[in-house]
Design a protein around this ligand. Structure first.
Ligand code: FES
Length: 104
């Protein structure tokens, strides 16, 4: 059973921003949009570029390498939703962002 793991102080992730953290040996992208925090595997499924350097436009994140665009809420590639970035459950508690990466 996976448990909640500390990722970042909530104040370090302002609205409309992304951040990269290492949790459980994995690089995770965090993004806050409309007050909600999303967590995704920080690696583009195309050729592996780190997504936290991409451009955020609402819920859409554009990969910095070849402009593939993903929806933060589902991890889906917008023009081919069968291509998906793994997304992780997130919660905020007492000023901390916690997430579950699964598998542990
Ligand atoms: S590596 Fe992300 S679009 Fe190519």
């Amino acid at each position: 059973m996976s448990k909640w793991i500390y990722a970042l102080q909530a104040e370090q992730l302002p609205e409309g921003k992304t951040s990269a953290v290492k949790v459980g040996g994995q690089s995770i992208l965090l993004a806050r949009v409309a007050g909600h925090v999303y967590a995704l595997h920080n690696e583009c499924p195309h050729l592996g570029c780190p997504l936290h350097r991409g451009r955020l436009d609402g819920f859409l994140l554009q990969c910095p390498c070849h402009d593939w665009v993903f929806d933060l809420r589902s991890g889906e590639f917008t023009i081919a939703p069968e291509i998906k970035i793994p997304v992780f459950p997130v919660r905020e508690e007492r000023g901390e962002i916690l997430l579950k990466t699964g598998g542990e």
